[in-house]
Design a protein around this ligand. Structure first.
Ligand code: PLP
Length: 468
């Protein structure tokens, strides 16, 4: 059995002969203290396990496989559910059958989510605020757009779209396509998403943002939402957040940062400067399931708001769950902040990882150095772990000025890709972008990768493409 702080993975046979992860709460049970994320690399082995008595078993909540909840009103429901989650090794998935809409149903996870969100917010630079774990970054972005619209036009929740003017969203040309999807889903309309120009590295040009805002207003639209991207999906570009915050503040527009990909740089002393200014935003999206490699899905929507906007925007006050005359603090019933009813316990994945490898371990997943070589031409100087490059086969080297150079270069990446997949040696994506012909996008992410893997990658591209 391994112990991380106060939790213990226990292998003793339970009714389903599954290992289970035991958790207990110090004191009276409502304290968050024992959920704290502790100092970096905190691996303290817990010896309290031996002292468990029947009396303090009441304060146990058992989770992971073999769910046996001793202190919970939906005990038998969880027992029934656990039949389908039998497994022979420890994994995170079975716990996700637990709903976490109210404190009484999932006390451990409500407190755990609170602690993890608080910690993430403090890394962004917010001592207060709100947030929620969402099923993916696209959904986190959609939350942002919906909350921003509610903030600007609260009547939209009760009276619907006909009470609001035509709204305008601003995001860069290279931002994630979930902005478009959100605008479609929320009834804002994809044509009301204004795509702001980017520089050659893929960063939003603030002057063009200002121009687009003026343009939208002249067309009778009401600008309400600016999305800045911290770590664009293809080039790994970081928009200039401070400049965008100035413009958003001046225009009274909600500023969101889609840091789904790049947010994890907050763990890294070396790379944190990339998101300077993020603390000035109203909200952000961050996917620990990307760079930190938490299991899918693990995405957070974080807010600077302290007025309970998230709850007001989404609550439906179902009386069968969210009774107002409960015996405990009802602010612990966070489930109504969600647009879902039952919701997976995604915070556990990050919490457990954080406990296991510590903040330094998470930082190590971010600080990986890049490598370059002759014959490979970068599309733009890498700002992040995205390395976008063309492989120039010998037949094209030095022919940059010939009229069919671009046309020929465009065909190189698809052929190399086809060959590598059919051979089964590796897999890497390619794409054209904004007038630039097909190039490879290598994302160097796994801490298990070493120099020899990267050498293999470069050698293999050469082997597969040298005759082109
Ligand atoms: C991956 C990504 C998203 C979408 O996240 P999902 O969890 O896949 O929905 C949004 N924005 C950016 C910048 C991304 O890189």
């Amino acid at each position: 059995a391994h112990a991380f702080g106060h939790c213990l993975i226990h292998n003793a046979p339970n009714p389903y002969y599954c290992p289970s992860l035991w958790w207990w709460v110090d004191g009276k049970g409502d304290s968050c203290n024992s959920f704290g994320l502790g100092p970096a690399g905190h691996h303290e082995r817990n010896n309290k396990y031996n002292k468990i008595t029947t009396k303090n078993k009441k304060q146990f909540t058992i989770f992971l496989a073999g769910l046996r909840l001793l202190y919970n009103t939906v005990y038998h429901w969880l027992m029934a559910s656990s039949h389908s989650s039998q497994c022979s090794h420890i994994q995170i998935n079975p716990v996700q059958i637990t709903c976490r809409y109210t404190y009484e149903v999932a006390p451990v996870f409500v407190l755990m989510e609170d602690v993890v969100l608080r910690k993430l917010r403090s890394l962004v630079g917010w001592s207060e605020g709100d947030g929620i774990f969402c099923p993916g970054g696209s959904v986190s972005n959609m939350y942002a757009m919906n909350v921003a619209r509610y903030w600007a036009f609260p009547q939209v929740k009760t009276q619907g779209l006909w009470t609001v003017p035509r709204l305008a969203v601003f995001t860069s040309q290279e931002s994630h396509y979930s902005m478009k999807k959100s605008a479609a889903f929320l009834g804002i309309g994809t044509e009301n998403v204004y795509h702001v120009k980017v520089d050659e590295s893929g960063r939003m040009i603030p002057e063009d943002l200002e121009a687009k805002i003026v343009h939208a207003k002249s067309q009778g639209a009401v600008p309400f939402f600016v999305n800045a991207t911290a770590g664009t999906t293809v080039q790994g570009a970081f928009d200039p957040l401070d400049r965008i915050a100035d413009i958003s503040e001046r225009n009274g527009i909600w500023m969101h940062v889609d840091a789904a990909w790049g947010g994890s740089v907050v763990f890294s002393k070396k790379h944190k400067h990339l998101i300077a200014g993020m603390e000035r935003a109203n909200s952000c999206t961050w996917n620990p399931h990307k760079m930190l490699m938490a299991g899918l899905q693990c995405s957070v929507f974080l807010m600077r708001d302290t007025t309970n906007l998230l709850m007001h925007c989404h609550c439906a006050n179902a009386t069968y769950l969210f009774q107002q005359d409960k015996f405990y603090d009802m602010s612990l019933d966070t489930g109504d902040k969600s647009i879902q009813c039952g919701r997976k316990v995604d915070c556990l994945k990050l919490w457990l990882m954080w406990k296991a490898i510590g903040a330094q371990g998470l930082a190590n997943r971010v600080d990986i150095e890049l490598k370059k070589r002759e014959g490979f031409q970068v599309v733009s100087e890498p700002q992040f772990v995205n390395v976008c490059f063309w492989f120039i086969p010998p037949s094209l080297r030095g022919k940059e000025n010939s009229p069919d150079y671009q046309e020929k270069l465009a065909k190189v990446a698809p052929v190399i890709k086809e060959r590598m997949v059919k051979k089964g040696s590796m897999m890497v994506g390619y794409q054209p972008l904004d007038g630039r012909v097909n190039f490879f996008r290598m994302v160097i992410l796994s801490p298990q990768l070493n120099h020899s893997d990267l050498d293999f990658f470069l050698d293999e591209v050469e082997r597969l493409g040298n005759d082109l």
